[in-house]
Every structure is written in structure tokens, then in C-alpha cells.
Design a protein around this ligand. Sequence first.
Ligand code: PDD
Length: 287
Amino acid sequence: MPRIAYVNGRYLPRDQGAVSIEDRGYQFADGIYEVIWVRGGRIIDLEGHMERLERSLDELSIKRPFARSVFAVILAQCLRRNRLADGYLYIQVSRGVAPRNHVYPDHGRASVVVTASRARPYDPKVMEKGVRVITIPDIRWQRCDIKAIALLPNVMGKQRAKEAGAFEAWQINALGEVTEGSVSNAWIITHEGEIITHPANNSILSGITRRAVLALVREQGLKLAERPFTLEEALVADEAFLTGTTNFIVPIVKIDKTPVGNGKPGPVTLDLHQAYLTYMDKQNEGC
Ligand code: PDD
């Protein structure tokens, strides 16, 4: 696969792409990003990702660098130039280059980078066996709704999960509630069959996969609550799963040392996973 990146107006071999050491993304993590899945050469949920990207920029008063249609052309070019069939596009927009000063520069121009990476859609073994999550305190800020490139707590969380031999780290707030994973949204299904996920407020990132799964849950007429759930509730749930662009839907079979339900991926989770695959494939029809 060729490795071509879009960097501030140019398509370059990825290892030659560079931004200034005075870029505010580098200096202050003053920027935002998106990760968008590509399946069968088609971009999944482009509109949702573009909407969230623009919202993140607006919340930080970073001037939108282009119209959505221009972004769409750049993404399509990156797909084509990298001959990407299955994988993901990464977009990063920072406030741009300026002498180091905390206040926003008056006349900045955003830096834009897009890369395309091949990746496996999902691991069937993971779906068969499920994964374990550990729990960690949620030490993040109060604007987790912005998809900011400042990800240190998430990076530390995911590293802790890896060191514990787990797939993900669920973050627990001061009230004992599960907000979300370090790179994914968190869900449980109670014994009464209610599907619960944290509401999309400033404590979590409003996942694009989460939105799609909510729609599938509603379509199937399943019981649904967008409310915070506690770790205690999670430990007695029948099923648990996580959602995210690069993992789709992953069944969770253990939280710390406690098996979830019967310790196997739950039937509702597996059904939703199938429904999500179909949902993605439907987007490809008629394109
Ligand atoms: N992460 N919550 C957090 C903190 C995330 O970082 C992500 C995604 C999600 C799921 O959002 P979505 O369904 O839109 O991917 C939830 C991306 C994939 C990443 O940082 O690589």
C-alpha cells in the first residue's frame, strides 16, 4: 500500500509529511481530530464525523479550514492515492503555527493533516471470546465532548489496560459511574434487558458508532436508557460491550475480576454487532 498523506495543501509520502515545531498542536495540544472507518473502499458515517469535527473546531474557536465538500474531496483523494479498501482515515486540525503564547493568535491558519491506514475490520476471535476491561478513575477534564488531540489521560488509561492484559480501561467518575472507555463508549445490558449508556454530555465523547448503535437499538424496539450507570450496576449486568470506530462493537466478558453474565459474549451484543455490520454495508450500497 502506498503511504501518502495530505499535509497543509500537499499530498506527500507519509514519512516526508511534517509540521512546524511552533505548531500549536505540538506546543499546546491545541487541536482536534477524527478517526473515520473505511469499509470496502467506502467512508462510513462521513456526515456524522464531519459534523462532530466542525463542532469540535467551533467549540475551540478554531476557524474551519474548509467547507465540508473540500474535506470530502481530500478524504477521497487520500483513499484513492493509498488504494485503501479497509482501514481508517485520520484527520487532525490544529490551530496552526504561531509564536508560543497561550492566547489564540489573531491571524492563525489551521494546520490540516490527513492520513489513511490499512486495518483489519475486526478480529473474529475477539467476538467469540469477548474481552476484559479494567476500571480506572476518570481523571480527565470537563470538556470530553470535544474530540481534542490532548489525550494523555486516555493514553495512560489504555496503557494501564495493556499492562493488566486487558483490552480497555473503563473510567469511573467521583460518583462511581462509568463514563466511557479510554478510546470507546461503554454500554451494559441489565437483567431486565435494558440497554444503558452514558448520555452524550460533556463527560464523554459522543461516539459516532454510539449514535449508530443507538439508532439500531431503537429500530429493534429494545429497551434503552441514556443515563449514567454505576460500576456496581455494571458488575451485575447480563451483558456489557464497548463501541468505537476502529472496533465496532466488542463484547466485554470481564470487568476487573468479575465475569459479566455467564462470562461469554452476550446474545444481544452479538446481534447488535451483526446489525452494525449490515448497517455499514447498507451505506455502501448505491454509492
Ligand atoms: N476514539 N470515547 C473516546 C474517549 C474515544 O476516543 C472514542 C474514539 C470513542 C468512540 O467514538 P467513535 O465511535 O466516534 O469512534 C469514545 C478514536 C477511535 C481514537 O481515538 O482512535
